[in-house]
Design a protein. Sequence first.
Length: 169
Amino acid sequence: MIYIGKLVNTHGIKGEVKIISDIDYKKEVFKKGNHLYVNDDKLTINNYRTHKNFDMVIFEEITDINEALKYKNCNVYIDKNEIKNITLNEELIGYDVYSNRYIGKVSKLMKNKKYDILVIENNEKEYLVPNIKEFVIKEKSIEKEEKVISMIENKKIIINEIEGLINEN
């Protein structure tokens, strides 16, 4: 399961809910017919729209505000099988990171307005690497290099380590 965001409130009386999510590929994740998991309940997306900073979702299983209230302040997840052809940045958590040597393991993602930052931990040290093609080799930028793609599929990431990116002091 991949963390999508948090269901923060209801909207209106017909069961529409507000989700706060900063996940990429929202159109694919919140597509009609996809299933999201809230409180271990599998809910089917019937409608999706955005409103201000919220992702507004109507689920087939929720028909009024009273049914929606039990999910307020709950985390929302999606099964990776719902979005097979997309690699979400959130999936990179737990991957081993290499350049010409082992750097560490991705422990979390930090969001900023332009791009995500991978937080890589190794022996109580923390390295911050921008998740952009100049630094991180990902499937999309290396489709023809089968060897590297298989390394990513094995939960490994290769980075382009420029001088000063990984400070060993």
